[in-house]
Design a protein around this ligand. Structure first.
Ligand code: MG
Ligand code: ZN
Length: 384
């Protein structure tokens, strides 16, 4: 009898702890540090093409849990472009980067074609360290709009050359070929970066967790020649690279940092109307969100914003779906105009409650960081 009593005690103790640990996943794993009055660092995480259905689908495919649920502030943004109700990723990212509505395809340009100063450029001018970590090429529309100015998103080589005109500290993503095997000119941008004392590494030379990140130098790590693989084919660097980036960037400047992280391929699975693959991409992105959230909780000085540029696929969770066994339908293989959720944590997070334009995200970040002037008024000088 004694044995059975001890066994049932053991069982109930195990049950208690397993419930506790599930609880801990959903609640704060460590007590959060008190929040500063103003953010020292800002991390903007963009799930390209991640609408409410993509988020719901990932949650209901993952035992009804996402790390995204831990955010205390939720808002909605209106994603439309300057000239079209349905935005593309270039106009969507330019709205975040510059605070202006522009035409579809524009990279870091206002609707009239004028280059606009991006939040990365403005952060650099204010002495912050900056970085971009993505699962597309680094010259793809979303990251490009933060560090380049081009009339069309497809001008990948021009965008790559533009990046060398910025002082961005850290770039992680695919697209090495646009730097070292260019077709439009004979420049080798990898050599140029190295001559400027950048640490340049790539997937074919060193595994991302197999080299020493040197915080005394700017860093570029190419994760692929072209597009990185999807999660379903084994890509798994986003969370790790993001964690390393946070620790790298905090050593780069005493004034703080701005980091943009993109789960780029949620959008592509929407275009392919592949709901299961979209779920995998959202879960990979959500794990990355957790890395940033944990960092922000420990510090208390980091504003974290998670959003998307637009929804992709007009995705729906269909009748007949069950928890962990969902059925999807799509209304388009393009983007849609539905309102997009915004999640925020940290000093300044309260600014992100409510319903507002996608351009307001730029204004709210600038307001939180104490950058002066209206964002639309911040223009670059001609020729930049
Ligand atoms: Mg993108
Ligand atoms: Zn798309």
């Amino acid at each position: 009898m004694k044995g059975i009593g001890a066994f049932s005690l053991l069982l109930s103790t195990l049950f208690f702890f397993s419930c506790q640990s599930t609880q801990r996943v959903l609640q704060a794993p460590v007590p959060a540090a008190p929040l500063a009055d103003k953010p020292h660092n800002v991390v903007l995480l963009i799930g390209d093409g991640m609408g409410l259905t993509q988020i719901s689908a990932a949650m209901y495919s993952n035992n009804n849990q996402l790390f995204l649920e831990q955010f205390p502030v939720v808002g909605l943004h209106k994603s439309y472009a300057n000239d079209e109700l349905i935005t593309d990723s270039a106009a969507g990212a330019t709205a975040f980067a510059c605070g202006v509505k522009t035409y579809n395809g524009a990279i870091g340009l206002a609707a009239d074609g004028t280059p606009c100063k991006t939040i990365v450029e403005e952060s650099e001018a204010n002495g912050l360290a900056t970085g971009l970590v993505v699962t597309s090429t680094i010259v793809h529309a979303t990251p490009a709009a933060f560090v380049a100015h081009a009339k069309m998103r497809e001008l990948y080589e021009e965008i790559a050359a533009d990046i060398l005109d910025t002082e961005v500290d850290l770039l992680i993503g695919g697209g090495k070929q646009y730097f070292d095997r260019r077709e439009e000119d004979s420049r080798n941008l990898v050599d140029e970066l190295r001559r400027r004392n950048y640490q340049v590494q790539s997937y074919d030379q060193a595994d991302i967790n197999g080299f020493k990140w040197d915080p005394t130098r700017n860093l570029v790590y190419f994760t692929a020649d072209k597009q990185p693989l999807p999660v379903s084919a084994g890509r798994d660097y986003l969370a790790f690279a993001t964690r390393q980036s946070l620790h790298y960037l905090e050593k780069r400047s005493e004034k703080g940092f701005f980091l943009m992280v993109e789960g780029s391929q949620i959008d592509w699975m929407g275009h392919a109307n592949d709901g299961k693959a979209a779920v995998k991409e959202v879960l990979d992105f959500d794990r990355t969100v957790q890395v940033v959230l944990q960092y922000a909780r420990e510090r208390g000085n980091t504003l974290v914003i998670v959003t998307a540029d637009h929804e992709t696929g007009g995705m729906a969770i269909m009748p007949g779906s069950k928890m962990n066994k969902l059925e999807f339908e799509f209304t388009t293989n393009g983007h849609t105009a539905t309102l997009i959720p915004v999640f925020a944590y940290g000093p300044g997070a309260e600014l992100f409650a409510g319903i507002y334009e996608n351009t307001a995200i730029n204004q709210k970040i600038r307001q939180a960081l104490g950058f002066s002037g209206a964002s639309a008024a911040v223009k670059l000088s001609a020729g930049k």
